[in-house]
Write a new protein. Structure first.
Lengths: 212, 291
């Protein structure tokens, strides 16, 4: 057990990791610049993000970049994020899981239900942010929409941005909390023991493929 | 501030309150549409004083020229063609900023100090602080501010704040040959407007009315409309207001709620980690515990 337990197995490929961090960097810029535009309490962020006018210009550009990077990435991950009957069981036991009470939540595949919820919330939220963002995008697109439509777009854009922040906040915290997962996203590997503990069904599948 | 004699009442996206110790007279421009002959002297005067030159366009079959307000046209005579009592009439609107008491543009603006409201009621844009987001154009209930494609700054009528600061009347007022545009304290202008109404009613405009919409707290450009029951016929909104969507999007409460949510997520993470610590793979020999 100990020999196999500390052995490293690949979890995230090179492409997936690079894409993940590209999304993370673009999101960070979008979130901080969006925050500066949302509240005067945070307008000082614009001074470290190129100045108000340049930051305002870059924000929608970064938004377009996020869409261009995120959706192909999501297409890559969608297969492993299909909702399985077991996932509902995970959700039912989520609070016990968060208290580390090791509830019987069944076999977890590559992603657990929490990760899948994150995935399936980001897909429509980023889409909504993109669509409402186009309505607000000066000077090219916004002039084609009425003031009323742009006010509504602004409100929806802000609400979605906060839902996204809550989602990403949970995602980042879960990665910090689950020891070993940040390293998995940096170096791409996890120990066999980690895989067996957190994602047993996935670990068996990896082993089966290796055996072939 | 830019002009010391124009004390600031409100500034956009500010976390501090401007000095409020002094109060000044509230000013207003009074436009009596019944006296307007459509000569466009006000438009020319505005261009002259502010040194603006709009593009020379093409006629579109209307007397309105240029076709719309722009970053170069801060006031515009709109010749609204209406059939009234079986006759085609021009309901001329001298369009431009109405200088709302409760300005939607200022509420919408995310750039600190890019939009100021002076104590005398003038709402003025400070282009050097403008970041070009165009939120003011979404927040304005009158569709007035225009974003320039050239420099991504927003422009509109300043009510000649630079002239008023040195005791002059606005350029359009000075140029008007019929006295259709007046300028003075808001109180005086409303008093004059009441007199104009009496005249108009005597002349048969029974529905004449003063346009000083309460939905935006009143305006500092007050109109006398001969057909006061139909402001839409002049191209004016019947009940302009800041509105619940803009309130929800840009109000201090919404901002505070948003920022509080953010700190709540941060706090929840810190507290959870303090209480439970990291989720680690159990030591070997403890493997019968199934996650």
């Amino acid at each position: 057990m100990s020999a196999t337990g500390s052995e490293l197995i690949p979890r995230h490929g090179n492409g997936a990791r690079v894409t993940h961090w590209a999304v993370a960097i673009v999101f960070t810029f979008l979130f901080l610049s969006g925050l500066a535009l949302f509240s005067p309490f945070f307008f000082w962020l614009s001074y470290v993000l190129g100045g108000g006018a340049l930051m305002r210009f870059l924000h929608p550009m970064a938004g377009a970049a996020l869409v261009a990077i995120f959706y192909p990435y999501a297409a890559l991950l969608v297969g492993d994020n299909r909702w399985l009957p077991n996932d509902s069981r995970w959700v039912a036991h989520m609070s016990a899981y968060m208290r580390k009470e090791h509830p019987d939540i069944g076999e977890t595949h590559k992603y657990n239900a929490g990760q899948k919820l994150m995935f399936w919330s980001m897909v429509p939220i980023i889409g909504t942010l993109a669509v409402t963002g186009v309505l607000l995008w000066q000077p090219w697109f916004a002039p084609h929409f009425s003031a009323g439509a742009r006010r509504a777009a602004g409100l929806i854009h802000s609400v979605c941005a906060f839902i996204m922040f809550v989602g990403i906040g949970i995602h980042v915290y879960a990665a910090i909390w689950t020891a070993g997962s940040i390293n998995a996203m940096i170096r791409g590997t996890v120990t066999r023991a980690w895989a067996r503990f957190h994602h047993p069904a996935w670990e068996r599948e990896v082993t089966r493929k290796e055996g072939r | 501030m830019a002009l010391m004699s124009l004390d600031v009442l409100q500034q956009s996206a500010s976390t501090s309150t401007p000095p409020q110790a002094r109060t000044t007279l509230e000013v207003a421009k009074l436009i009596d549409i019944s006296r307007c002959i459509g000569c466009k002297a006000c438009q020319s005067a505005c261009m002259e004083w502010n040194d603006l030159r709009d593009e020379v366009g093409v006629t579109e079959g209307f007397y309105t020229n240029p076709p719309d307000l722009s970053d170069q046209s801060w006031t515009l005579m709109r010749f609204n063609e209406q059939v009234i009592y079986g006759r085609l009439q021009w309901l001329i609107l001298k369009d431009g900023c109405y200088h709302c008491e409760d300005p939607g543009c200022l509420k919408a603006c995310p750039a600190p100090g890019a939009i100021l409201q002076y104590a005398n009621g003038i709402v003025d844009f400070q282009q050097e602080h403008c970041i070009g987001c165009g939120y003011c154009t979404a927040g304005c209930p009158f569709n007035v501010p225009r974003l320039s494609g050239k420099d991504s700054k927003v422009y509109k009528c300043t009510l000649c704040s630079d002239r008023i600061a040195v005791g002059l009347e606005p350029a359009c007022v000075k140029a008007c040959p019929t006295g259709a545009i007046g300028f003075g304290s808001k109180e005086d202008m409303l008093f004059q407007a009441e007199h104009r109404l009496v005249d108009l009613v005597e002349r048969g405009f029974a529905k004449a009315a003063i346009y000083d919409p309460k939905g935006v707290g009143g305006t500092h450009v007050v109109l006398v409309l001969p057909h006061g029951d139909r402001p839409e016929a002049y191209g004016l909104p019947a009940n302009p207001r800041v509105g619940p969507v803009l309130q929800a999007w840009r109000s201090g409460l919404a901002r505070a709620a948003g920022v509080a949510t953010m700190f709540a997520v941060l706090a929840a993470g810190i507290l959870h980690y303090m209480r439970h610590g990291p989720l680690e793979v159990p030591p070997e020999g403890d493997q019968e515990v199934k996650p």
